[in-house]
Design a protein around this ligand. Structure first.
Ligand SMILES: C[S@@+](CC[C@H](N)C(=O)[O-])C[C@H]1O[C@@H](n2cnc3c(N)ncnc32)[C@H](O)[C@@H]1O
Length: 255
């Protein structure tokens, strides 16, 4: 397993809650800085205006702030689309009732929250400790703002989570691997730029194989519209304007 976390990260103590940030630095084993000065790190994490924020240098050369905000109008609009959302269609198939869903690659939990809003029980695993901290904070703020249907987030590599929870058999497992940069000029959004720097990168084919043995109904993989990490042909795909969802049936075997 490789990890994308070779980028230097420091924790800024000036801000609303220095004690919380000191604990976070200890938990993640990261150096601390004051006013972001003195570490020369590429990414700084701070707590300001009641939320955890990452300060990072974008690929446009500008410094920008990234936080996990699940209450943006676009996230809310997406949840409001309900059964018309392509991911919801791909995951639910013809099933009507609530499903047990494992989001194997939580990221910023936008997809997991969209699925949870449909009444499904969603467990989400995030391997990167840095992303996990940002998202845990975002989920907590969403809860405080009244969003109750939320995923249950674990800081764990999903392969280890599946091995540690052998008796749990999700109906559907969803995988959203990082897309390879397309080479097109438009910059990916700020959250995606940050994920490209800090996300965990593992072996996709063994993850897919394990998930197919554990999901009771199907595995859904998000892919760019063309290409992507296709190691085995999917049973079928659902295509949107920018992405497609590849759907794989269960395979028998020990997971
Ligand atoms: C493209 S992002 C997912 C974005 C997500 N669907 C969302 O709605 O925000 C992929 C995420 O999966 C995480 N990841 C990759 N492999 C993983 C694994 N084996 N276990 C847990 N998390 C993993 C990465 O660290 C990254 O944060």
């Amino acid at each position: 397993m490789q990890s994308g976390e070779e980028v230097s990260i420091s924790v800024v103590l000036d801000g609303d809650d220095p004690e919380r940030m000191t604990q976070l630095a200890e938990r993640l084993g990261l150096p601390v800085s004051r006013n972001g000065i003195g570490t020369g790190s590429e990414i700084q994490i701070r707590f300001q205006y009641g939320c955890l924020q990452a300060l990072c240098l974008g690929s446009d050369g500008r410094q920008h702030l990234v936080e996990c905000d699940l209450m943006t109008s676009s996230a809310q609009q997406r949840r409001a689309r309900r059964g018309r959302d392509l991911l919801v269609k791909a995951v639910q198939g013809r099933q009507k009732g609530p499903l047990q869903i494992l989001d194997a690659t939580a990221g910023f939990c936008v997809d997991a929250t969209t699925l949870a809003a449909m009444g499904h029980r969603v467990v989400a695993c995030e391997a990167s400790p840095f992303v996990y901290e940002l998202v845990k904070d975002g989920l907590e703020r969403a809860r405080q703002q009244g969003l109750m249907l939320l995923p249950e987030l674990y800081h764990q590599n999903v392969i280890e989570w599946l091995q540690a929870n052998r008796l749990l058999t999700p109906d559907v497992i969803y995988i959203d691997p990082m897309f390879q940069p397309s080479g097109k000029k438009a910059l990916p959004d700020k959250q995606m730029q940050l994920l490209r720097q800090v996300a965990h990168v593992g072996d996709f084919s063994s993850l897919l194989e394990l998930c197919r043995r554990r999901a009771l109904l199907r595995v859904v993989v998000k892919q760019p519209l063309k290409g992507g990490r296709t190691v085995v042909s999917p049973d079928y795909s659902i295509k949107g304007k920018r992405v497609r969802y590849d759907i794989y049936g269960r395979v028998e075997g020990n997971g």
